[in-house]
Design a protein around this ligand. Structure first.
Ligand SMILES: *Cc1c(COP(=O)(O)O)cnc(C)c1O
Length: 384
């Protein structure tokens, strides 16, 4: 269709003019934090493989064995024939790790939030969302049909004001936030959010994609706030757990409801057994090796101290550069020095805050962390 290709072509040209066109770069991942692009080896500071577990021999072997024994795919929705027993083993382990009654795994983290949120709220309800929450929380909120109320990032006073104004108008209310913010690395004040939710009868959903496995001995950002009541604890198997898939931990009643109503579970194929087996093997390692779980934040702190930045509180450190062009140029300069640090541009981050997003891993050598910090210090000196 001529009009279709013309539409796509015009869109692409407009994005390119603003340095916002994105291109896939085929990348092979190797041992440690090494990646290979265009035949060149780079140390990656952009993978979310915080503990290096996607490359761990026991995790790879568990995935391979499950694929050999049970097949490569699940072949149907979990509600049909796709509910391999490994999935319920994994759910028990996740619930134990998070201290909840039950858990439900989904095909991915994205599918978790887009399935969970519309199951719990809909038209006539309200969902209060942190301005910097992950795109899949926003997608779930939009799908739900609930009134979306955006609060200023991590601003509990703003949230309280909005709850005061909007909560009485809504039948049910959900407050949704990242636990660790994916592009900024800061942590939500889950204790205060939990108190506010109790006062206003709202349900708190925390997305801990970047906390599980790396904070509070692997239990995640919620465990940093032992008194907080977080009834909906979402996360992914795809980052520190080195596998693929997503989960929600919660009460038995909530989990039972999701398993019968969440559209991304009912109408999507179950997680492959290999992904579940890999995640289980990773949980074994995380529980047996608490010293491993502290490594990513320790590396991030080594980096922030070297650069005189505020101490990192998670494995993610942003270096905000402003324009998309500046972020792309910095990323290219680091690539020339053997580092892969992908530039993050709008709409993933707000306009004018394009950045390098640096993700630290237990697989990084301290010497490489220091070399990267010094390379970035040089870039900042040249730019100043
Ligand atoms: C990566 C991410 C997700 C999506 O998880 P996937 O398993 O990759 O689909 C959800 N929320 C946050 C905060 C994330 O960073």
């Amino acid at each position: 269709m001529q009009s279709l290709d013309a539409f796509a072509g015009e869109k692409l040209a407009a994005l390119d003019a603003k340095s916002l066109l994105r291109r896939l770069r085929p990348t092979r991942r190797h041992e440690g934090a090494m990646v290979e692009r265009d035949g060149k080896r780079l140390i990656s500071f952009s993978c979310n493989d915080y503990l290096g577990l996607s490359q761990h021999p026991a995790v790879r072997a568990a995935a391979a064995e499950a694929a050999l024994n049970y097949g490569a795919g699940a072949a149907a929705s979990r509600l049909v024939t796709g509910d391999h027993p490994l999935l319920s083993d994994l759910e028990k382990r996740l619930a134990r790790l998070k201290g909840t009654e039950a858990a439900c795994v989904f095909g991915s983290g994205y599918l978790t939030n887009t399935g969970v949120i519309p199951t719990l709220v809909g038209p006539g309800d309200a969902i209060f969302v942190d301005a910097l929450a992950h795109a899949c929380i926003w997608a779930g909120a939009q799908l739900s049909g609930a009134k979306i109320v955006k609060f200023v990032h991590n601003d509990v006073d703003d949230l309280e004001r909005l709850l005061g104004a909007e909560r009485p108008l809504a039948r049910r209310a959900l407050v949704a936030t990242d636990g660790v913010f994916s592009m900024d690395g800061d942590i939500a004040p889950l204790d205060v959010l939990s108190d506010l939710c109790a006062s206003y009868d709202a349900w708190l959903l925390s997305d801990d994609a970047h906390g599980v496995g790396v904070l509070a001995e692997g239990r995640g950002s919620g465990a940093l706030f032992p008194d907080a009541d977080i009834p909906l604890q979402m996360g992914t198997l795809s980052k520190a757990l080195g596998s693929y898939g997503g989960y929600l931990c919660g009460s038995q009643a909530v989990i039972d409801l999701l398993k019968t109503r969440a559209r991304t579970l009912v109408y999507a194929t179950g997680l492959p057994p290999a992904s579940a087996a890999a995640a289980l093997a990773s949980l074994d390692i995380i529980e047996a090796e608490p010293a491993l779980t502290v490594q990513p934040v320790a590396k991030a702190r080594l980096f922030t101290r070297r650069l005189g930045l505020p101490d990192a509180v998670s494995p993610i450190v942003p270096v905000v550069l402003g324009s998309a062009d500046d972020a792309l140029a910095a990323s290219a300069a680091l690539e020339a020095q053997g580092f892969l640090v992908v530039a993050i541009r709008p709409p993933t981050v707000p306009e004018g805050t394009a950045r390098l997003r640096i993700a630290f891993s237990a697989a990084h050598a301290d010497t490489d962390v220091i070399r990267l910090a010094d390379a970035i210090a040089d870039l900042r000196r040249v730019a100043a």
